[in-house]
Design a protein around this ligand. Structure first.
Ligand code: KIV
Ligand code: ZN
Length: 396
């Protein structure tokens, strides 16, 4: 089956990417985006092959409604989802917003864990089960494509989560999302949960199972990949890992892990990975959220090398220290950063790039002066090196 709105068996190798940068990502403190910014982000997500874009939470504000409705009208390829609590007015509002889409989805959720039931919802398990059936049925009466999430699923006993899942599928949900809402899971836990659910729920073959992992313990991507190995075929994620608290699983990391480690993770997505770097920059600017320098895949240093040993290896063959090419994620080239750890090989290449070829004694002298400078200075720029060479040439 090729459409994410139809149930796909968990034994296919196609993984649907559900991007929630504009919903869960925007819930990151300080990351609020204007309509114009959201449209820019949605455009690149749609272009790069994201299967489902969660464009917002339509009941949250008129602005959110307008953003979801406008993205729904403009999207060319992706399914457009709107989030709704298990409240009739939320579901109606989400349905109104996504009805403009070529393919729309209502994503409704309710808490399932004992902690949430006791302290937040003050409901019994039976009452929650009734809510699941009622709300999914309401959503299905508005649209064919309905996703149901059990909030705080990873702290919910599997027996109760399985009953909720079965009820949601019976009421018409075509995607079942299992959120690790508080980022508590380990890859082993999450694998067992997804696999166990798929095995326990009698109608599990009628829905796509989905991962939604938060990064509180730094395991969101590992957990998402464990979920895929266990049979999930939708991954919910955000560009740059933007999201509540420590964020969500980073889309670029999930996608590049699947691509780079196809030997261990034999699954594929529809993402055109050469757009990843630009998507990261667009989201960072829109959300006013800087990307850490050493962020995997899209950080400024992700393809930069400073150590002499690494630079020497890279100049001989890039596969020595790079497991993917910068071009594959839309970065022009690897950068060999000149610093105190750089060696003669990289320095000679740098001089060549700058248009210099020095006699051996001049080279040795300039290299030593470059090392002394790098010891004193955090950044050695091309202009610093040019000044050293000019000085050396002038004095010899
Ligand atoms: O983390 C979470 O549980 C969520 C749900 C709304 C899916 O974001
Ligand atoms: Zn979330």
């Amino acid at each position: 089956m090729s459409s994410p709105s139809e149930a796909a068996p968990s034994n296919t190798d196609r993984v649907y990417i559900f991007d929630t940068t504009l919903r869960d990502g925007e819930q990151s403190p300080g990351a609020t985006m204007t309509l114009e910014e959201k449209l820019q982000v949605a455009e690149i997500l749609d272009t790069m092959g994201v299967d489902i874009i969660e464009a917002g939470f339509p009941i949250a504000s008129n602005g959110d409604f307008e953003a979801v409705a406008t993205i729904a009208k403009r999207a060319k390829n992706a399914v457009i989802a709107g989030l709704a609590r298990a409240i009739p007015a939320d579901i109606d509002r989400a349905g109104e917003a996504v009805r403009f889409a070529k393919r729309g989805r209502i994503h409704t959720f309710v808490s399932t864990s004992p902690i949430h039931l006791a302290h937040q919802m003050k409901k019994t398990e039976d009452e929650v089960l009734e809510i699941v059936t009622k709300t999914v049925t309401q959503a299905r009466n508005l649209i064919d494509d309905v996703e149901w999430s059990g909030m705080d699923a990873t702290r919910t006993p599997i027996e109760f989560l399985a009953r909720c899942t079965e009820a949601a599928i019976k009421a018409g949900a075509t995607t079942i999302n299992i959120p690790d809402t508080v980022g508590y899971s380990t890859p082993e836990d999450y694998y067992a949960l997804i696999k166990g659910l798929i095995e326990m729920v009698p109608n599990s073959d009628q829905a796509i199972f989905s991962t939604h992992c938060h990064n509180d313990l730094g395991m969101a991507v590992a957990n998402s990949l464990a979920g895929v190995r266990a049979g999930a075929r939708q991954v919910e994620c955000t560009i740059n890992g933007l999201g509540e608290r420590a964020g969500n699983a980073a889309l670029e990391e999930v996608v590049m892990a699947l691509r780079t480690r196809a030997d261990a993770l034999p699954y594929h997505t529809n993402i055109e990975t050469t757009h990843l770097s630009r998507a990261s920059k667009v989201v960072s600017a829109a959300a006013n959220f800087p990307v850490q320098y050493n962020k995997a895949i899209v950080g400024k240093n992700a393809f930069a090398h400073e150590s002499g040993i690494h630079q020497d290896g890279m100049l001989k063959n890039a596969s020595t220290y790079e497991i993917m090419t910068p071009e594959s994620v839309g970065i022009k080239s690897t950068s060999l950063v000149m610093g105190k750890h750089s060696g003669r090989h990289a320095f000679k290449e740098k001089l060549k790039d700058l248009g210099y070829e020095l006699a051996d004694n001049q080279f040795q002298e300039t290299f030593q002066r470059f090392k002394d400078l790098a010891d004193r200075k955090k950044h050695v720029y091309d202009d610093d090196i040019i000044a050293l060479v000019d000085d050396e040439m002038g004095s010899s």
